[in-house]
Design a protein around this ligand. Structure first.
Ligand code: BTN
Length: 254
């Protein structure tokens, strides 16, 4: 991954651009990076706000040998790559919240947007978008996110560690791609289990009370596990057990 890197000081969305070049037949592993996005996208039609050069905004074009039911594993692999990179290079322990959030100190520090293009029920290509907040100050986030979002530097300033470690976005990017490639190789060999095992190690979702909506119905219960393909298994208060593919969950206390 990352043999071809396309960099933009500014772009609408790295995921949009990656999709466009993937449609035109770019090589697998092509990475699109930007310093600023004018219409960064999140899941469920949300926006992803960015500030010039403060975060990592990147998208990777993948052609995984998996079925659409297994798509979630790509998001989980990316989460593991980010968590392990930040631990290794900066020494901060992050948590993963199913399906696509990375949490620091109870707030979101990174989001992942995995989008698949399908052809005749088969995955044609996948665009994996990663947005990691690195240098943001509190005031860089829109008001409504102030309580919900954080960055690596906000956290390190609180811990007075910022002067000891300089966070370089380029180093983080290189390491994330390196780790992602290792995990991606496992996925393509059919070894999805080792990704979910790693993800579980960092989970802040499992064992907690959650609210989920399945086919428009709300259920509450305890998140007890994730399946090998990355579905969340919830033991509902009505005694039933539900496997949730994606969609919205609310984790109590997070
Ligand atoms: C989410 O939390 O809902 C996912 C956020 C994903 C944001 C990243 S930033 C790089 C890439 N380009 C986009 O437009 N979105 C993703």
């Amino acid at each position: 991954l990352g043999k071809n890197v396309i960099y933009f000081p500014q772009i609408d969305s790295t995921n949009n651009y990656a999709k466009k070049i993937a449609q035109e037949g770019c090589e697998e592993g092509t990475v699109v990076i930007a310093d600023l996005q004018t219409s960064g996208r999140g899941r469920l039609g949300r926006k992803w706000s960015s500030k010039n050069k403060k975060g990592i905004l990147m998208s990777v074009v993948l052609k995984p040998e998996i079925s659409i039911e297994e798509l979630q594993i790509i998001t989980l692999a990316a989460s593991v790559a980010v968590v392990e990179t930040v631990k290794e290079l900066i020494g901060i322990g992050l948590g993963v919240k199913w399906p696509n959030d990375i949490i620091l100190d109870g707030r979101k520090v990174c989001g992942i947007l995995t989008e698949a293009s399908m052809e005749m029920d088969k995955i044609n290509f996948v665009v994996l978008g990663i947005g990691l907040n690195v240098w943001h100050e509190k005031e860089d986030f829109p008001d409504e996110l102030e309580e919900k979002a954080t960055s690596l530097s906000i956290y390190m300033k609180q811990k007075s560690q910022l002067n000891d470690i300089i966070i370089r976005r380029s180093r983080l990017i290189i390491r994330i791609l390196y780790k992602l490639e290792e995990l991606y190789d496992k996925i393509n060999k059919g070894d999805l289990g080792s990704i979910t095992t790693l993800w579980k190690k960092y989970s802040v979702t499992l064992g907690r009370e959650v609210l989920i909506s399945v086919k428009g119905e709300q259920h509450s219960g305890i998140a007890i596990d994730i399946t090998n393909e990355g579905k969340l298994v919830v033991e509902c208060t009505d005694g039933s057990r539900k496997e949730v593919l994606s969609g919205e969950i609310y984790v109590k206390g997070l």
